[in-house]
Each structure stands twice: as C-alpha cells, then as structure tokens.
Design a protein around this ligand. Structure first.
Ligand code: 26V
Length: 824
C-alpha cells in the first residue's frame, strides 16, 4: 500500500511539472528555463489553479446538495495580499507541489515575490475581511465575499526627500492568472432618472425611468480552505458599458447619453478610496456602494430562486453581513428588489429584509460616520431614497411610541435628519444584529456612541472580538517558528490555534528559549536584509526591533512614538556614558493622500531618521527606519522579526486592532494602551508579559466631555518635553525650513488645528509611555526573561484566531451549517 502511495505522489508531481512546462510553451512559446521570473510565476499559478478548480467545482456541487444557508459577506474592501503562496500552503498536496517546484529547479520564494499584492483595501477592515474568508473556507462554511474589482488598489507609496508620494497601483497590468471572469452572471445596475408610479393589476408599481445603466460583471477568485477540499469564492464586480456606443449614431442626444454611460462604467470601479476612518462624501463613492450591493443582491436572489420558489423564505437560505456602513444600501436595495421585482408588499418585504441583514461597526471615530446629503442621495438613487423615507417614517413613529413627546430622541435617532441620510442609523434599524469588534469597543458603543439605540433594542447588540488567520500570519509568514511549534506540540494549531498553548511548558526551558531567540534572530536577519535592499540602511539584528506598522492616523499616535525617539536621542547626546540597549525603531504607514498632518508626520519620522542614523557619535545606539510601501506582503516579514509591538492608540479610539494579534502570534511583546483588543490580549497573556501605559478609555472620555485638558501645563513644567517640542520649530530636524513642522507643534499646544489642543493626549501620556519604554529595555537585558515572555505570548494567542471569531458569528448571527467536500 505504501508503495502505491508513493507512486501516487510521484504521479501527481510529474503531472504538475508537466503542467508548468506546458504553460510556458502555450503562453510564451518558450521552455520553462527561458521565461522570466514573472512568467514562471504565471506558469506555476496556472498549474496550481488547475488543482484548485476541481475542488472549486466539487465544493459548489456539495453546497447545492446540502442546500443550507449561505453567507454573503458584503465589503467595499478585501485586502487579500498575495494569493499563490497562501493557496499552496492550504492545499492538501502542498508538499508534493513544493517538491515538484524544487525539482523543476525553481525557487518558490522568488516565484511568490513576482505576484503583485491584491491591495483592494485600506487597512484593518479590509484585512479582517480577507482573514474571515480564509477561516470560513477552512471551517467548511458556504460563503461568498462580495466586493469591487478596483482597477487601482491601495496606492503604492514612494518616499521622496522624506515625503510620501502616491503612485497608482496598477495591479492588473499583467494578467491575473488566479481569477475567472463570469460573464454569465452579469447584471444591470441603474442610477439616476426618476420614479414613475404605474397602476396595474390592482396595485401600484414603481418604475425607474430616464436612468443611466452599467453592466456589473463579476470576477471570481478562489478561496482555498486548509486541507479540506473546500474552495469558496470571492466575487468582485467590474463595470462595463451596457452597450458600446455607436459611432454612426446620428441622434445627438442618444450619442451623448451613450458616451456618458460608457464613462460611468469606466469610472465606477476605477479606484479604491484611500481614506481610512475618514468620510469624504464623494458622489462616486456612493455609486460604488450601490453598484456592488445591487449586483451582489441580484445574483444572490437569482441563485436562491433557482432551487426555491418562495421568496418570503429568503432569510432561511441567505444572510448578508454588512462590513461597516459601506454596504448599508443593502437594506434599501433588498426592499426594492422584493417589492418592485418580486412583488412583495411592504410588510412582507420588511420582514424578509430584517431577517437577512446584519451590521458590524468598526469605529467610533465620528469623522468616519457616513452621512449623505439628501440632494445627492435622492438624485442618484431615487427609488432607494423613497424606500428609506418610508423606513424612516415608520422608525420615527416607533421612537415616538416608545418615548412619547421626546423629540430629542427622534432628532438623535432618525435615519433622515438635518438634510442627511445617516447610514449607521439605517443599518441598526434594519439589521437583526449589531456588533462591535472587541469587548471594550462594544461596551463603548452600548454606553456612549449608540446608547439610544442600545436602550431601544438591546437584543440586537453583541460583541465579536476580531481575529486573524494563523495560516497566513504564522504558517506562511514565519516558517521557522511554525516548524518549531509543530515539533513541540504537533500541527493541530494550524486549524485549532488554542492547541498552541502546549508550548507553554517550554517557557522556562533554557534550551527552548535559546531555540526561540535564535529563530527570532534569523527572522531579524531576513528583515535586515529587506531593509538594506529597500532602504539602503544597515541595521543591527542584535538590537531591539521596536515596530509600529499600521495606517497613519493621529489617534494611532505614531507621533508619540517619534517624539519619544527624539527625547531618547537628546538623552544619549547629553549623557554619552548612559547605559542604553541598542534599538531599531521601525515604522511603516500609509497616510491618506489628503491628510496633511499625517503626511507631515511621515516627513518628521524620515527627518528624525536622517539626523539620528547619520550621527556617528551615538555609535548606532538608535536607528530609525521608515519602511516604504507597507502592505500585506512585507508585513509578513516584519511581524516575524519584531521584538516590540507598538499598540499605542489613545484609549477608546482603536476599535480593536488586528496587527496587535499578528505580533503576538509571532512572539513580540505588546507595548500598548488599554484600548481595543489590547485589553483582551493582556487578559490572555498576563500584564507581566506586556508593557501597558497611559490613560484609560474612561479617563479619555471624561476629559473629552469636559472640553479636553491643558497641554501647556505639561509644556511649562516638563523640560524634556518642552525641549523636544522646541526642536519641532527651531530647525533641529529641518534646518532648511525651520517652520516645516509648525503644524505638528500647533496641533499639540494650540486649539488652532482642530479646536482642541492635543486632542489625542500625546503629551498627557508621554511620561507614562517613556517609563514603559524604560521597562522594555530592562526586560530585554534579561534574555531568558524576555524569551519566556515571548514564548508565553505565542502560547496564549489561541483566542485571537479568526477561526474562533467566525464560529462566534456562526453561532450567534449567521447560523450556517458545515458542508464536507469529498474528492474522488
Ligand atoms: C471608513 C471610511 C470612511 C469613508 C471613506 C473611506 C473609508 C474607508 C474605510 C473606513 C473604515 C474605517 C473603519 C476601520 O477601518 N476600522 C478598523 O477596523 C478594524 C477591523 O475591525 C479594527 O481592527 C480597527 O481597530 C479599526 O480602526
């Protein structure tokens, strides 16, 4: 039997190799060794796709047969990163594939490096969606991701003279071998015009006329589950003109209309809005939202009706999860389709809708709340607007009934108010579930931001603490540590992360500690090499790698980090004899293109880096590195190499954070505030294995309710802080332009920038942060103690797998059934 098995593997490998070589021949008219690295990637990707496709077909057959509920995860963003490497590790045949690639004389790392990141997302929210898809497939759940196939994803960041420059990310420039265009599912989406009422068969029909239409055409990307033959689908929509305009068209009006429609189709899916946590109210954004929501709902309903005839039971087979308020048009569009296309009355349509949709909130930042001006909304989506007006009318009546005479309640909770449509209010009113993304975040929603809604409908509110996939962020990103864990406790952790707890018994084991620290060292070498290649900076892999990588936002307080670096530098200069453990401060962050103070913070980090890295007198005790173009693919290298994980947001502002979990998984120690999921990380690992500092969320909120605090008191009484702040405006880091950093200085000390001085409490938390940093240094000096804490972080990361998060969504909200997929 074992001989049989071996030959089966050999057969698979030679088939795979033949396939790769054939691709080179058919696609490029070359032998494999003649084609470029990028073309080698394409050949391997097609060979892998060939394996995936059979499982994909089998999965969809099994789902149809099981006829359970299907989840549609609606999201404007899916930050997938690279697909090939992840696909290979998830396939059961991973070993054979890897061996075959080696036998072809190819280097899998080099091949993987050829793939552009699918960066169809900004940050946490988009990456969470990607992790969820990985977990859903791995846990055998029928689910679609529904999104937009942006031609240009998250911009590429170049650093020029220390400033961020945005370069369009043309990720589809070359063919994307891992997607399939599905023209047979194309459908029409209509904008603008007006609504006519037609009376026939004893009732009113609402018909949209004079509209502009586009064709929504889906592209499917396979989502491979880990070792279970499941392949789910990420369906992303592209826009095409309904009819290509005719040059011979002689009617001038029709000609112009055709040109306009063609332009509409071109613009809709052109580019991802690169704002994170900031709403701008752009018409095109609303078009994008309606476009992908309408197309997704139309196909979901058609699919349901293929095997079922009662549209009133749609909720038994379908659930729509709205990733933040971006897809909230789901509520109105589902009502519209049910009433106008499938002829349900209002009450039946409302019953179905409210049983089908659920909403996740991802931020309390008021700047991020989506509110659309009525004028814009009703012009672009006249029928949806009518429906929302009616939803609002009924909802306000309900509020009236519950709180008679309380007009303030109605004013605060109405969906349409003050000339605006408030998407969060619509999502909460219609959704059967409203969830936050970490315990603290959900509590703040209930007690502060959404208090009125919680009081009126407490049963809807629940928490789902975020998670991450260990398949990408340990198994793929950190093969050395993954193997080490597997050698100690077996490989169950790959699909059952809490099993990783088994390594806890090695936390005090000297040999295991040394092995662990050596793996960290190897990973630091790998990152040092990347930094040398990409930044030209030499960093010492023996120094402490202290890392803050995430979107640049004031509330995330990269500024606190760099001000502290400036403070340390002053200390070392003043006291050259002072004991100081060498540190490499690593930053990676993209700033929204129009976010001035964020972009200036990037310049500040780079200016500080320039001065400090080139000061020979400090003997390389501090290095500052800004990693250009932070994204999923280099994140994988960075997490694996980190010692210290900076999670230093102003308490209450970071809904959850997910980078914090990826660092923990890779054995970095958290230096953080009691914010978001940090609170739960500390709960799991113990406060003695993390460095916690700063104000609590309650303190922050109570200051905010009293108009802030006075940073001038600190400025006047703390000489070290004052000195650092003065260096922002005396040209110390920008001799050519001493005024350059004045806006940052002002944001900390005056009400000029935002009406509040230091609204993110940077000076208020500075001393507490500096003390925590001191403790980091002391702790690192004790190598065994550090290794122990690092191992304990990995051992206690079990809770933070997205597998756990998904099971909670399934139990409390989605109620899906697992489906086994067998291959013959
Ligand atoms: C909001 C907006 C507003 C309109 C313009 C474009 C745009 C793009 C993205 C967003 C999303 C903001 C919310 C967000 O990203 N929240 C993050 O979600 C993570 C996953 O739950 C969580 O870990 C982070 O703490 C939270 O900031």
């Amino acid at each position: 039997a074992s001989k049989n098995l071996v030959s089966k593997e050999e057969e698979f490998k030679s088939e795979f190799k033949r396939r790769v070589k054939d691709e080179a021949k058919m696609l490029y008219r070359k032998t494999l060794d003649e084609v470029s690295d990028r073309h080698k990637f394409v050949c391997v990707a097609y060979a892998v796709k060939d394996i995936v496709i059979d499982q994909w077909i089998a999965t969809q057959k099994a789902y149809d047969k099981a006829d359970g509920r299907t989840l549609y995860y609606l999201s404007m963003e899916f930050l997938m990163g690279r697909a090939l490497g992840n696909m290979i590790i998830n396939l059961s045949s991973r070993n054979e594939i890897k061996e075959a690639i080696e036998e072809l004389g190819l280097d899998l790392n080099v091949i993987e490096d050829q793939e552009p990141d699918a960066a169809l997302g900004n940050g946490g929210l988009g990456r969470l969606a990607a992790c969820f898809l990985d977990s859903l497939a791995t846990l055998n759940y029928p689910a679609y991701g529904c999104g937009i196939r942006y031609k240009y994803g998250m911009f590429q960041q170049k650093i020029e003279d220390g400033f961020q420059k945005e370069i369009p990310e043309d990720w589809l420039r070359h063919i994307n071998p891992l997607e399939i265009k599905r023209e047979e599912y194309a459908c029409e989406v209509r904008f603008g015009g007006h609504v006519n009422i037609e009376y026939r068969d004893g009732r009113n029909f609402f018909v949209q006329e004079g509209y502009q239409a586009v064709m929504a055409v889906p592209y499917d990307m396979p989502i491979v589950g880990y070792g279970n033959n499941v392949v789910n689908t990420l369906r992303i929509w592209d826009a095409e003109p309904v009819v290509h305009f005719n040059l011979e068209e002689f009617d001038k009006g029709a000609y112009m209309a055709a040109v306009e429609q063609e332009n509409l189709a071109k613009t809709i899916t052109e580019v991802l809005y690169p704002n994170d946590n900031h709403y701008a109210g752009k018409e095109l954004r609303l078009k994008q939202q309606y476009f992908f929501v309408s197309a997704s709902l139309q196909t979901a309903i058609k699919k349901y009706l293929k095997n079922h005839d009662d549209i009133k039971k749609l909720h038994e087979k379908v659930v729509f999860q709205m990733n933040d308020t971006h897809p909230t048009l789901t509520v109105a569009e589902l009502m519209r389709l049910l009433m106008d296309e499938y002829y349900l009355g209002w009450d039946d349509a409302w019953e179905v809708t409210t049983k089908c949709v659920a909403y996740t909130n991802h931020t309390i930042m008021s700047e991020a709340l989506e509110k659309w001006p009525i004028e814009l909304f009703s012009r672009l989506l006249p029928r949806c607007y009518q429906i929302i007006e009616e939803i609002n009318r009924r909802f306000c009546q309900e509020i009236e009934q519950k709180y008679p005479g309380n007009h303030e309640k109605v004013a605060k909770m109405a969906i349409i108010y003050d000339g605006q449509v408030k998407m969060a209010h619509l999502a909460i009113c219609a959704g059967y579930s409203v969830n936050g993304v970490a315990k603290l975040h959900t509590e703040i929603l209930k007690k502060q931001e959404l208090k009125d809604f919680y009081e009126m409908m407490p049963e809807k509110f629940n928490n789902k603490t975020n998670g991450i996939t260990q398949r990408r962020f340990l198994l793929h990103a950190n093969p050395l540590l993954a193997d080490w864990v597997t050698n100690k406790v077996g490989d169950d952790w790959i699909t059952d992360l809490p099993k990783i707890k088994g390594i806890e018994i090695y936390a005090d084991d000297k040999k295991a500690q040394a092995e662990f620290m050596n793996i960290k060292y190897q990973n630091k070498l790998r990152l040092a090499k990347y930094i040398k290649q990409h930044n030209g900076i030499e960093v010492d892999p023996r120094s402490i790698f202290d890392v803050q990588v995430k979107r640049l936002h004031e509330y995330k307080r990269q500024l606190l980090n760099i001000l502290h670096v400036m403070y340390l530098y002053n200390q070392i200069k003043d006291h050259p004899e002072m004991e100081f453990y060498p540190r490499t401060f690593i930053f990676g962050a993209k700033a929204a293109a129009g976010y001035k103070i964020a972009k200036l913070t990037i310049k500040l980090i780079n200016s500080v880096a320039d001065v400090i890295n080139n000061d020979a007198s400090i003997n390389g005790k501090i290095k500052v590195v800004f990693i250009e173009n932070y994204r999923v693919s280099n994140a994988e290298i960075i997490f694996a190499a980190s010692d210290v994980s900076e999670q230093i947001s102003t308490a209450s502002k970071e809904a959850s954070g997910t980078g914090n979990m990826k660092f923990m998984l890779n054995g970095a120690l958290t230096l953080g505030t009691m914010d978001g999921a940090n609170v739960e990380i500390v709960e799991e690992v113990g406060a003695e294995n993390a460095f916690i500092f700063g104000m609590s969320s309650d303190e922050v909120i109570s200051y905010e309710n009293n108009g802030g605090y006075d940073p001038m008191e600190i400025f006047n009484s703390d000489m070290d802080i004052r000195r650092v702040l003065m260096q922002l405006i005396n040209g110390f880091y920008s001799p050519q332009n001493p005024e350059l950093f004045r806006p940052i200085y002002n944001s900390l000390l005056t009400k000029e920038e935002t009406g509040v001085a230091d609204r993110y409490f940077i000076l208020k938390d500075f001393r507490s942060y500096a003390e925590a940093q001191k403790k980091v240094e002391e702790a690192y000096r004790n190598e065994e103690g550090w290794a122990k804490s690092a191992i304990l972080n990995v051992a206690n990361v079990g809770k933070f797998t997205s597998d756990r998060t998904i099971e909670e969504y399934v139990d409390d909200i989605w109620h899906l059934q697992k489906v086994e997929v067998k291959m013959d």
